[in-house]
Design a protein around this ligand. Structure first.
Ligand code: FES
Length: 319
């Protein structure tokens, strides 16, 4: 994983998009264009205290003059959204990474089905704008409490027209999205994308369990919820040096790597961004316990995220 370019970008506009949701636009003071984002990409915001937070880009990916993010205030969160809401005003300068994409549109797909819940609309909005501009076949299902709490709705209506289906869980006449409306056996070439709360993502994954491998794509905002997990100590081998490090039950492999001088890249620290992923091998009798939501099952055969993933026995990292 190569380190990403970090740019000092200026907040050029701030607007409230829904109760508790703020849309921020960033530009470079000198450069007219920024690294071009792909639909579904996110950037890292570097907070003054060293914390790093990921936010999906929700603007038009064809517009490389600016990056736009929408941030929902999470009063019980880890503090990133509070800082964004309280500190970022027009003129503020923030270190922002070049975009990275873990949530790509499938190349060559014939039909795209997009499903978003609440603030999960952010990467999906960029995808929908891109698909609409390219004239590709798609439908967007946007699940919200009510219209007033649906960020980016006017822009999406303008971009998507009748391809936007708005599902409301509240109001006088609720119209909830039923994941079972997804065809159990889709037309060949159909790809499904979902971003939102765990409950929506899990329901969509369950309803699409029979879809062909590789045709269902999800993006999580929150770490894996596995309250019953009991971490165990394990051994971490380093392929380049032959060293073996002991990872105690109460520490992460990433912490132990850092303690031993490995400047391994990382970002979220909670298994959602994929910045720390690296290759691994295990000997017979050992196994890796994947605890991230960043890398898919295919990649997990040989890649792991040392910020949250662990092992039983010994794992050899390709470092
Ligand atoms: S630092 Fe984000 S997944 Fe490990």
């Amino acid at each position: 994983m190569t380190p990403r370019l970090i740019m000092k970008l200026e907040v050029s506009a701030v607007a409230d998009a829904a109760p508790g949701v703020r849309v921020l636009t960033f530009r470079h003071r000198l450069r007219p264009t920024l690294p071009k984002p792909e639909p579904g990409a996110h950037v890292d915001l570097h907070l003054p205290d060293g914390r790093v937070r990921q936010y999906s880009l929700c603007g038009d990916p064809a517009d490389a003059t600016r990056y736009t993010i929408a941030v929902k205030l999470e009063p019980e969160g880890r503090g990133g959204s509070r800082w964004v809401h309280q500190q970022l005003q027009p003129g503020a300068v923030v270190p922002v990474s070049a975009p990275r994409n873990n949530f790509r549109l499938a190349e060559g797909a014939r039909q795209h089905v997009l499903v978003a819940g609440g603030i999960g609309i952010t990467p999906i909005a960029a995808m929908a704008r891109h698909l609409a501009r390219c004239g590709e076949a798609f439908e967007l299902h946007y699940c919200v409490r009510d219209e007033a709490s649906a960020p980016l709705l006017p822009e999406l209506r303008a971009a998507c027209g009748t391809r936007l289906h708005l599902w409301r869980s509240g109001g006088d006449v609720p119209s909830r999205f039923d994941p079972h409306r997804l065809s159990p056996l889709p037309q060949p070439g159909t790809h499904l994308y979902c971003c939102g709360p765990h409950r929506l993502v899990d329901a969509v994954l369950a309803a699409s369990a029979g879809w062909p491998a590789g045709s269902v794509h999800v993006e999580h905002f929150a770490p894996l919820y596995d309250a019953g997990f009991v971490p165990e100590a394990f051994q971490l081998g380093i392929a380049s040096t032959g060293a073996t490090l002991e990872v105690p039950a109460g520490r992460s492999a990433l912490d132990v790597l850092r303690e031993h001088g490995f400047m391994h890249p990382s970002s979220c620290g909670i298994g959602v961004c994929g910045a720390c992923e690296c290759g691994y091998r295990v000997a017979d009798g050992s196994t890796v316990i994947h605890r991230d939501v960043a890398i898919d099952d295919t990649a997990r055969v040989h890649r792991m995220t040392p910020c949250v993933s662990r092992a039983r026995g010994r794992v050899l990292l390709d470092l």
